[in-house]
Design a protein around this ligand. Structure first.
Ligand code: PLP
Length: 369
């Protein structure tokens, strides 16, 4: 029996989540976002569950070239585009689609004759002020980009939503108004929605949606979890109880002695810690699952281990599986306790955690056929 932590990646859940995206956006095409090693799930394996996507997207050139190395031959979009001439040539050779977000990138393209012209998106800054050409200069930028001999076809318009996770925030509509103003003069395809846009803002769906986190079964919406959106978690992080200590009233648990037993009780120790990617800031009270029952973490998270209060779980034994997040315990809940977002938890899975996968063709909890 393996006592260390392991992450089970459920490929059937990913395939299910792609179908869920289709239900939300029957008319748009899907650019599945697999940056950061498929949000920590392992891009090579996630690829096998994404057969239904129309394109893939990654943040950086190196990630795109790695995907080509894995044999992915479909449409592939680099969300930050390219910053060097040598990269442009590689992008052309590898048949990549580039997002162009700055005047520097437009100039870089305009000054080159490449082995093959490159399909591009123009990234428009509609108010997030991260990447993109500001909306009031975007028409001119689009003209310059379209005129470049290095670019094939009419570039589409892409923007990113800053506040779409909050259904009450009026800024999403304002960003859309700015983008549609540009679009009325440029034409071209539109790509706006991240997962939050897909789930909560139909007016942002456009021609291509860019789901990331929802593919992995996690909800981006404030106060909601994947299952609330009809999603299934793709990653379950689990370990085992490796010790159970009978403690006395007043005994202190872990580094800093931050938690004390109020009465004689059994304290469990699970083999998982911040060295595995579990958040060190998860406070006492953060739930873990043992025997399908939520039990509270107590004391500080250490590198390899965490302690749990077993008072409500009298049947617990050394060797019992402990779920840290995933099936039955949404990562969103753990993230909220730890003052972060579930994106950071799954992306931060440590390399030493053993990863197992379940097949894409074996849907769980669903009728077959
Ligand atoms: C990461 C990313 C996405 C996906 O966002 P989610 O919130 O994970 O759905 C979409 N578009 C761009 C430009 C991104 O960088």
């Amino acid at each position: 029996m393996e006592f260390g932590p392991r992450a089970l990646i459920d490929l059937a859940a990913v395939a299910h989540n792609v179908r869920r995206v289709r239900e939300c956006v029957p008319k748009a095409r899907i650019m599945a976002v697999v940056k950061a090693n498929g949000y920590g799930h392992g891009v090579a394996r996630i690829l096998r569950a994404l057969g239904d996507a129309d394109a893939l997207a990654v943040a950086r050139m190196a990630e795109a070239l790695a995907l080509r190395g894995l044999g992915y031959a479909g449409k592939l979009v680099v969300l930050e585009g390219s910053y060097q001439v040598a990269e442009l040539r590689e992008a052309a050779r590898a048949g990549l689609t580039l997002v162009v977000h700055s005047d520097e990138q437009i100039r870089l393209l305009a000054s080159r004759r490449l082995p093959k012209p490159i399909p591009c998106w123009l990234k428009v800054d509609t108010g997030m002020h991260r990447l993109g050409v500001r909306w009031d200069r975007a028409v001119a930028a689009h003209r310059a980009l379209s005129a470049s001999p290095a670019v094939v076809g009419l570039p589409g318009l892409m923007t990113h939503l800053a506040n779409a996770d909050d259904v009450a925030d009026p800024f999403t509509a304002e960003q859309m108004t700015r983008l549609l103003q540009v679009h009325s003069e440029t034409g071209g395809e539109l790509s706006v929605s991240n997962s939050a846009g897909i789930l909560a803002w139909p007016q942002t769906h456009g021609d291509w949606v860019r789901p990331g986190i929802m593919l992995y079964g996690i909800s981006p919406m404030l106060g909601r979890c994947g299952p609330d959106e009809g999603l299934r978690p793709a990653m379950t992080l689990a370990s085992r109880l490796v010790a159970i200590n009978p403690c006395e009233a007043g005994d202190a648990i872990g580094y800093g002695s931050t938690w004390r037993c109020p009465e004689p009780m059994r304290v469990g120790v699970a083999a998982c810690g911040y060295g595995d990617g579990y958040p060190r800031h998860a406070p006492s009270g953060t739930p873990l699952l043992i025997r399908e029952r939520p039990v509270p973490l107590i004391g500080r998270v250490s590198m390899d281990l965490i302690a749990v209060d077993l008072r409500d779980c009298p049947g617990a034994r050394v060797g019992d599986p402990v779920v840290l997040w995933g099936e039955g315990l949404p990562a969103e809940l753990i993230a909220e306790r730890a003052g972060t977002i579930a994106y950071e938890l799954v992306c931060g899975l440590a390399a030493r955690v053993e990863v197992l996968e379940s097949a894409v063709s074996r849907p769980r909890g669903e009728a077959l056929g």
